[in-house]
Design a protein around this ligand. Structure first.
Ligand code: F6R
Length: 241
């Protein structure tokens, strides 16, 4: 796991977008990129849109797969991750609609695993991290799923996601999420971490020496090519610890 501590959110977003751009250029016939939702990757998506507008980046041969989706809301719902990805990225670049893949809110895990198998290994997987160490929606537990599964969201995740909803009771309680085996099926994993709220999770990941399903991000130690792009707010005082 390679750590790159960047000054601020803008710098981690720029670095992540450059890594994606360079991969798209190197694999211009076909690239597969795994995307995440949540607040953290929004800056990266803005940078990718700017790169598209300035003709630095062409998305016509990019295949996208997303990590997760809420269960029980429709794709047209403003809170769905389908909507999020279109609003924050896909509607502003030249990706082909048939190359866009997200798990469906009906919770059909079999179909999504088949999509992942067809699409194959990703060139890059973008990840964020939950305050409790979750990656995608793999919540701390005595076991973690290898493949796409339906997850009961942790109370802490429901509370964290409530900021996007009018009322906390509107936050879906379940999600469909790629499993750990699916997440690791990428040549490069970029973990984005930003903001003071993520200090605790960052410290734990930085100091953790073991792989434990009680801290799902530690499963990333099993992958040979993970880059953590973290801003100074999230990194905090680790360097002086
Ligand atoms: C989103 C996802 C989640 C988020 C995590 C951090 O697709 O899988 O694991 O990456 O909850 O969310 P933010 O970036 O909003 O802090």
């Amino acid at each position: 796991m390679k750590w790159q501590v960047c000054k601020d959110y803008d710098s981690i977003s720029q670095k992540a977008a450059e890594l994606i751009r360079d991969t798209l250029i190197d694999n211009n016939i076909r690239s597969v990129i795994g995307f995440a939702t949540g607040s953290t990757p929004i800056g990266t998506y803005r940078k990718l849109i700017e790169m598209y507008e300035s003709k630095e980046c062409d998305f016509s041969n990019m295949i996208s797969v997303n990590l997760d989706e809420y269960i029980g809301i429709s794709q047209d719902d403003a809170q769905s991750y389908y909507h999020f990805m279109h609003e924050n990225l896909f509607d502003h670049i030249n990706i082909q609609e048939e190359n866009i893949h997200l798990p469906k809110p009906d919770g059909n895990t079999k179909d999504y695993n088949a999509v992942l198998d067809t699409v194959g290994r990703r060139n890059i997987q973008i990840l964020g991290i939950g305050n409790n160490g979750h990656i995608a929606f793999n919540e701390p537990n005595e076991y973690l799923n290898a493949r796409t599964s339906i997850i009961d969201l942790d109370e802490s995740t429901i509370q964290a996601n409530a900021r996007f909803f009018e009322k906390e009771e509107d936050v879906p309680k379940q999600a469909i999420s790629m499993g750990i085996g699916d997440i690791l099926n990428a040549d490069l994993i970029i973990l984005l971490i930003s903001g003071k709220k993520k200090q605790q999770a960052t410290q734990r990941l930085y100091h953790e020496k073991k792989i434990t399903t009680r801290f799902p991000a530690s499963l990333l130690f099993a992958h040979p090519n993970v880059v953590v792009l973290v801003d100074e707010d999230a990194f905090g005082t680790i360097a002086n610890d």
